[in-house]
Design a protein around this ligand. Sequence first.
Ligand code: NAD
Length: 382
Amino acid sequence: MTLKPMIRNNICINCQPEGCKKNIEKQIQFVKDYNKLHKSKVKFKNVLVIGCSNGYGLATRVVASFGCGARTIGVSLERASSEKKTGTPGWYHNRAFEQTAKETGKNHITIEGDAFSNEIKREVIEEAKKHGIKFDLIVYSIASPLRKDAKTCEVYKSVIKPIKTPFNAKTLNIVTGAIEDVYIPVANEKEISDTIKVMGGEDWENWLCLLKDENLLSKNIITFSYSYIGSSLQATIYKDGTIGQAKKDLERSAKYLNETLKSLNGKAFLCVMKGIVTRSSAIIPSLPLYLSCLLKVMKKRNCYSEAIEDVVKLFYEKLDFECLDNLLSSDGFLHCDGKELNEDVQHEVKLVMDEIIKSGNVLLADIEGYRKAFLEASGFEI
Ligand code: NAD
């Protein structure tokens, strides 16, 4: 099927099914090749990935299954194709993952639906009980614009807004490749608390507490949520904005879960990753321009890596239960964002961004690399 990408407000609203399949094959091949040279010390038996179909969650599921030999249960919210529309990229990613997992004898269960709901949590519990599963790793990797509260049915929407001062910046229009002005006013109190409700830690806590009550967690359980702190160049809209408050709430949850999991000798923490091009990051104002500059600088310095490579390294080099305590920073983070936040990299990114803003010369950034990665997330141009 020949399809053209349809992009609205930096969101790709259709996808290329064949390309989505290739995307999975590429990631699985990467892990298989990596395995030939490096053996993972870490073995997981049963891994639950909440938000398994795109970005960091997808890479996590591929590495847990094809790198560490784990049985994976993946949860994600998808839409299958209809007469008029293609399905979501994640729907095709899940099918392609299942197909290769089946062909290569990897145990896997995929549950599609709203991870915030009680129904989907019950479905995971039933599957785990049916198969005698106790989870030894649970990864929370949801990026969602809204959440329906399972108790009250109230719907909360997350917003990406600054908190202290309005955000006046430049951003990249992915369709035209042009640099455009962006202005975002400060968030009000409700917008801040709603964003925390959607992207904060409450649902991660709910999952873990429920699975613990059902006796479905193994001893030495590890759980982490992915997080992002990012560059000071983006702090107004990210770290110091509404989404940053939600990420702070995740820190609170990690502490709470560490206490809750003590009886199982479990560990909970945040894995802070570097910025990558995903469907979710593309809608954060001005991040596409920043990431285009980051790609340029990292490629020039030969330190660019895709999500799958970062997640392989996380699993093979860092997720060892015995070593974890030594690897966590004083604030309890497992940092995998060093390549992005390296002082020299950040200095150069700032110079490139300043020059683009001054001269309008977008060729100084890796716009083409950004555009390609953006389209690949929906299966195009692979
Ligand atoms: P993504 O958009 O690529 O994937 C999000 C996943 O969440 C998808 O599998 C989607 O199906 C799932 N999802 C969304 N709503 C759901 C729901 N209601 N029920 C079930 N599944 C649902 O996102 P991403 O960029 O990989 O982000 C994942 C996490 O990684 C986030 O916490 C994000 O902050 C963090 N992170 C992202 C970056 C980045 O640059 N993209 C960097 C560091 C950390």
